[in-house]
Unconditional design. Sequence first.
Lengths: 362, 207
Amino acid sequence: MMGRPLVGLLLLAAACGDNLRPAPDNSDGWTLADLDDSEGFSLRVGPFEVPPNHEVQNCYFVRVPDINNGQPVWIDRVLIAMNVGSHHMNVFKVNTILGLDPRLGTPTWLGDYPASVIEGADDYQHSPCWNSANWADWPLVANSQTALADNPYTDWKLPQNVAIQLQPGQMLMVQSHYVNSGDQPTPNGAHVGINFYKHLAPDPIELGTLFATQQKIRICRSNPTPSYSGVCHLPSAVTPVTITAANGHFHKRGKEFDMYVWDGVTTSQPPAASQFYQSLTWNEPPMMRDLSAGVPTGGGVYWNCAYQWAPPEYATCADVDAKDPEQAGDCCYTFGGSTDIGEHCNVFVYYYPRTTSDVFCN
Amino acid sequence: MLLGCGSRGHQVGDASAPPDTEVDAPIDTPPRHCDVIGDVSQPVEIQLFHPGIPPLAPVQAMDPVALYVPAQGGYVFDVEVHARNIDGCHFSLTTVLRDPCTSQVATFETRPSVMHLNADGWGVPNGESDEAEVPSCPHIGYSHNLHNEPFVLEITAADSTSHQAFASVTIVPTCPEGICVCNCSADYTLGTNCLTYPDAGVPTSCP
């Protein structure tokens, strides 16, 4: 159960004595201003503890506050701060409810705003918070995977006069995934802050978002270096679009994540000159910002995810095998949210103008 | 060679055509392994089948192929590729879906495909993730429905020694019941409430 940050945990700890783990040391190393309505709005997640060799993924639901007299809220800067150990933090607009239902969440607060939370904890097998099919039609808003001790901030300023459009009252889902393992430790507990800064100039150009996920990836002990590639059209049939930011997401077997502008015609890897993103690290992948990658009409994005098999860190191959739908007994990592047991090849791309729609591809 | 608009009949490139008869040889049960299959000095041959429980049906021209919801959501379909004269330990599939009217690429992907020798002398995929997969819907910004309309499926199979084969056939991605029709329609935009979408959708056609 979550209460207002820290206070709730301390009250629970006092009430339940030794039955609860101590509240984490709130030595975040970051501070964010609390925005007033004229500036934007601020969301806060946690703090809460992540036990060693566990992962915690929670899904928080909160409505966009009406800070613009009932009119759309335009955002031109997203400032995110996260304690070390954050694996990812994604914000989606809630759409079709399959299993992940905000009405079934536990009441909580995200900063000053009432919210609910579905605590996925480390129950990747059963909790809907771990089931990505839920948000196949939930447009992406923003994400961050960077939480460094010496720089816990992702300060994403959109290009001149480009902004994210949010509707007052629209339900957002903030998904926070923390890992506390040897190669992604969470020494100070989980804590996330997000500031959405209001765009004040008239007639902004709307930002579009693309979220894509490669299907049926498989990294096996006996086939240890596979790579997978795919493409996704951007809604650029009439108007060329420009990619302004991107990041790729995979897990511990991930070795190289590349993205290219795709011309919509070629059926092989685009030339090197078309590349706009590369990540060589799974636990702190870069978010490329301030890009100006032009996408021609009819084009889109090409990506490639390359892997190197390695044994799990705190789980076992028996755990990995138990999750394998093919039951091959070959310690094969397949699609899944747990970083020690599953793998991902997920693409986050931000472009403008949005034209007709945000994008999901599989 | 690709289909002209409105034509029927399967199209085959420089690889062997999908067989005319069903295959009744059972696919080996794992353990996971791979083999060199056939004579790698000979041209690669491939066959395309609808995945499922043997006996497998070959993919024929204008066959409906069933879209389904994969783990990550959206809709995809699979094709099972059999091959011979290949190194099944280092084998990959590039799958392209093209608009038969414009030849525009609707989608494509490349994946490894580990193969082992089957009793019939062909290499078969070890599991579902080794089959050709076609991510189909939603398809934002694409001008045609991805359901109940013909598309040219092209598959290039290659091993690490540059042996490769190519096959193509026109198929018709087909939605099951539910929100698939909405999700696969040309006018779908992300965030559409597909639970209230009319069942039939709006047909699209070649210009």
